[in-house]
Every structure is written in C-alpha cells, then in structure tokens.
Design a protein around this ligand. Sequence first.
Ligand code: DGL
Length: 273
Amino acid sequence: MNADPNAPIGVFDSGIGGLTVAREIMRNLPSERIVYFGDTARLPYGNKSKETILRFSRQIVRFLKEQQVKAIVVACNTASAFAVDELREETDTPLLGVIEAGARVAAARTVNRKIGVIGTEGTVRSRIHESFLKKLDPEVTVYGKACPLFVPLVEEGWLHDPVTVEVARRYLQEMKEEQVDTLILGCTHYPLLRSTIGNIMGENVTLVNPAYETALALRAMLEEQGINRQENVQEEFPYRFFVSDLAEKFQSFANSILPYDVKMTRKIDIERY
Ligand code: DGL
C-alpha cells in the first residue's frame, strides 16, 4: 500500500464511461491527482462473465499499483458488481466500487420504497444493488432493467437525439408502471443521459448518480485513512490517462466531458500484467 497523501488515485473502467466518475472526482476533490485506465481494447464489460471481468480487473489493479496509486476506484458498474469483493480481499490498497454509495443514497431518498436500477445486462443480472438495498432496508422493492443500447448512443454523442428519447421511453416504461420514486443510474454512461431520463421519469422521481456519490464516499474514505491530499499545487499533468487501444477516440470523448484539457493518452499492453 502507498500511504503517501500526494500519490494519485487510480480510477479504472472498461473504456470511456468511467470518465463520468473521474469528472466527479475532479470537481469534488480538486487537489487529488488521478491515474485513469480505460480498457478500450476489451470493452464492453456489460455482457461478459464474472470470471472474465475478474481476470481483466486483476490485471488493471496490478497496472495501477505499479503506478503507485494510494487508492483505487472501480468506476465501471459491471466490474464493481462482479469483482470488488475479490479485489478488495487481494489488495492492501483501499478500493471503492460505485455500487455501494449509490445504493446507500437511494435507500435514504426513497419514500414509497420502490427503487429502480438501470444498468448493463451484467450489473442487472448480478442483483448487487438489491442485496445492498435489502440490507439497508428489508422492506424495499427493487426493479432492475438492462438498457444496453444507452452505451453506444452516448458514445455516438446522441445525448438528446429523438432516437435516444424513444429508446429511453421504451426502456423506462416498466419503471414508470411500477411507480418507482428513485432510480439509480447504474452504468457509467447514464449520467450523461440524465436530462433525457429525468424528462421521461418526471420530476417526482429522484435520479441517483453513483459517480457523484462515489466521489463523496472517496473523499470520506481518504480523510478517514489520513491519505487525502492537503496541498493544492498546480501541476502540469495532475491527471494521466492510459488505455488499451485507440487513444484518439478516447481523447476526443474525454475532452468533450471533462473540465480538463486531455493532451496525452498513452496506450499500454494490459495483457502484460
Ligand atoms: N462501464 C460499463 C458499466 O458501467 C458500461 C460499458 C461496458 O459495458 O463496458 O457497467
């Protein structure tokens, strides 16, 4: 474990979606440095088995440890659903997934105790949110719905396109019928569709963004462990980005959503780890 408060935080995802989590860390923990890894060669994770995701995640954790990170955020919801428990047992580096903080906030916000979860096929199949939520409040009912088309639509940049609105309407119909009053945006890409989803669900439904909640949970964890970065020194490269394939596409997406100009992304061979 690297207990140096000035060391960076490792953040990883299957690709570009986890940048929504990196963005919340940049906004809410501005003095922290980040090493981001996007597994662009092997995405999507959303339709892969637990075994495969665990193997990929272990490799990435080895890479991030080599980068001397002080903590790791598993930004990918699917990897969080399938791999966080094992990874946490295997590493001495403090590690956070994105499921728990979102579930905690959803349990606190719901009034009618009907909570919806949207995510990839893997995340929904794992029923991980339900198991967290039931521990917090055995009376809640959890409705899960996989929305696999959201990921390519977001990557295409069609955030407000009529096609996306129609797809969202179909996916969310069930949630509306079940009258959920709280909806967890359980996939890295979905916070970018927040306004489209919000318009369909209506203003009485609380949308929970796990990316934001995880950034707050990360701040609490770093403070508790005494490894939060105190200095706010301006550095030329406070954020470093690594991918396993096609750095250019990643970089243009990153520049469209981050409050930071990404000038350099390095491609690495993740199979080496
Ligand atoms: N990052 C993934 C997640 O949050 C979505 C994209 C993928 O399937 O790889 O579950």
